[in-house]
Design a protein around this ligand. Structure first.
Ligand code: PLP
Length: 385
């Protein structure tokens, strides 16, 4: 593989197979915006779940942080890039998630790379749900640990694998809310299994922080029987900004500072990102019901779609899939909806299991009840074609 000729050959092949991805600039981010033609666009592909990315309070906090500390942290945290605002945010995230400590990373992706490579190595084994995010799979591979994947949310399969594969250290890796089905992991049961087998439990709460748990503090905080060793979160979705964090014991935090290469060899989080995240946490303190409001609206959308006979799968969250119809049909449905001002991605195999191509709708607080009715009507009408 050398040179431009090979790149274009590979691109041709992707195009032939209908797998070529392209970038298209949007006039705005967020769940709802006006396009250049003056039309209201409902965006169900945004992760701005709480409609905070454009919130005046977050913007002001980001600007204030820039005013005080500048645009960049200028160095990695272990060199000269460790700022007081990082420490303040980490203490806040630790208290919020109910852990001893927290550590910031450049993004959720970098958090996963750092955490799994620091906690597992060649003599170890990682047991990951088959549908976890690409960053967790890449992290597990990079760690050099043996990777076993258990069937989605299948605790019997996980136990079976754990019984058969002994190794030095073992870690169970899952998400709390899954991004393709919008369903929840059986976290209490996973904790019990981890305890029984002496394995660590690492839970990625990327889609749950801000939405589930008291003041959006995550699904892990909803039940004392849930005992994760590491909770991973992102500042890039419900919290409206950018960055990632791991919440854990003080000892694991110290280990991460010493072993997580995506922490050690990367510049500290920009002050603006820390500032906006702190403001997002203030918003959640002042309005602790934001997550519940989002979940109520999501349930209403699911109900409208299900009442019309569509399959919304096992979703219990703001992520609402409309499953079925085959890849080409779902792709064409997504295109027709886009023409009508409704953005929802078509997710096709191999991203999801064969035969379960789907339209994926992310509800946000920018979507009012009437918007959701419009969306449901359009999806139902266009699916019937
Ligand atoms: C989005 C996501 C990430 C990556 O987070 P970023 O902050 O966008 O890098 C990691 N894990 C899961 C489960 C995600 O959904």
């Amino acid at each position: 593989m050398t040179g431009a000729a090979d790149a274009s050959g590979e691109l041709e092949s992707l195009k032939r197979r209908g797998l070529l991805r392209t970038l298209r600039p949007r006039p705005a981010a967020g769940g709802k915006f006006t396009d250049p033609a003056g039309r209201t666009v409902l965006n169900f592909s945004s992760n701005d779940y709480l409609d905070l990315a454009g919130d005046a309070r977050l913007k002001a906090a980001a600007v204030e942080a820039i005013g005080r500390w500048g645009c960049g942290a200028t160095a990695s945290r272990l060199m000269a890039g460790h700022l007081e605002i990082h420490e303040r945010l980490e203490r806040r995230l630790a208290a919020w998630t109910g852990r001893e400590a927290a550590l910031l990373f450049g993004s959720g992706f970098l958090t996963n790379l750092g955490v799994l490579t620091a906690l597992a190595g060649r003599a170890d084994a990682i047991f990951a749900d088959r549908t976890v995010h690409a960053s967790l799979i890449d992290a597990a591979r990079l760690s050099g640990a043996r990777l076993h994947r258990f069937r989605h949310n299948d605790t019997e399969h996980l136990s079976w694998l754990l019984e058969r594969h002994a190794s030095r250290r073992r870690a169970i890796v899952c998400e709390s809310i899954y991004s393709m089905d919008g369903d929840a992991a059986p976290l209490a049961e996973l904790s019990q299994i981890a305890g029984r087998h002496g394995a660590m439990l690492v839970v990625d709460e990327a889609h749950a922080v801000g939405v589930f748990g008291p003041r959006g503090s995550g699904l892990c905080r909803t039940d004392d029987a849930i005992r994760p060793d590491v909770v991973i979160g992102t500042l890039s979705k419900a919290l409206g900004g950018y960055g990632g964090f791991a919440a854990c014991s003080a000892a694991i935090r110290e280990l991460l500072i010493n072993r997580a290469r995506s922490f050690i060899y990367s510049t500290g989080l920009p002050p603006a990102c820390a500032g906006s995240a702190l403001a997002a946490l203030d918003v959640l303190d002042a309005s602790p019901d934001l997550g519940d409001r989002l979940l109520e609206r999501s349930a209403a959308l699911r109900q409208m779609l299900a009442d019309a006979g569509l399959d919304v799968g096992p979703s219990c969250s703001q992520i609402v899939p409309v499953i079925g119809g085959g890849s080409e049909r779902v792709l064409s449905l997504s295109r027709r909806l886009a023409e009508r001002g409704l953005l929802a991605v078509a997710v096709r195999p191999p991203t999801v299991p064969a035969g379960t191509a789907r339209l994926r709708l992310s509800v946000t607080l920018a979507h009012q009840r009437a918007d959701l009715e419009r969306a449901a009507n359009e999806v139902v009408a266009e699916s019937g074609r």
